[in-house]
Design a protein around this ligand. Sequence first.
Ligand code: URA
Ligand code: SF4
Length: 216
Amino acid sequence: MTASTDVSAADFLPAEWSLPRLSRAAAGCRGCELYRDATQTVFGKGPAHAALMLVGEQPGDVEDREGEPFVGPAGKLLRRALNEAGIDPDSTYLTNAVKHFRFQTAGSGARRLHKKPTTGHLRACRPWLQAELTSVSPRFVVALGATAAQSLYGTRFKLTQSRGRLLPIPEDFPGDHDRLEAVMATVHPSAVLRAPDRKMAYQGFLYDLKVVAGSL
Ligand code: URA
Ligand code: SF4
């Protein structure tokens, strides 16, 4: 058994769930071991009551250094697609299922390669996502990729089956969700960057975002 069995971000949540307080508290989170090797917590960012929340997987290399979500190559693509879909990226709340960068080093150790978070990491970090969902109370949530979707809907969620549709909100969906109208799961922007046919992958991603834009 790993040492992190019962520890989670829940032990670090502040009493009051305003975004500034949550973000400050998350900076000191040790709810799983990922804080040890990463540079800093990358908390969500955006308007306090954004109508749309986008949930990624975890910060990447650039995000880890800069301390902000979606400021690297995937973020650039995401912002471009949002703009093209008619959604102002700055009007959205951007966050991740896991708030610390998980990586493995390659070569001389200088290169840090993304490593997928485990279901244990998702579970440990979910209290932050739950608190963000409660505090921001968005009308729509977009899960970017299978990991984000599974953090919200459980590990049985199949992206290939449910992608691009406005999904109903189950009772046990994380956070208070009085204002939440629908959730959509689509591909992760870094999957678009890696796709053999990048143009086609981008068009599919854009198509999904336009469905959300049409409901906003
Ligand atoms: N990929 C993510 O899932 N989140 C980020 O913040 C950056 C890249
Ligand atoms: Fe806490 Fe999440 Fe970072 Fe783990 S990944 S230490 S749970 S903020």
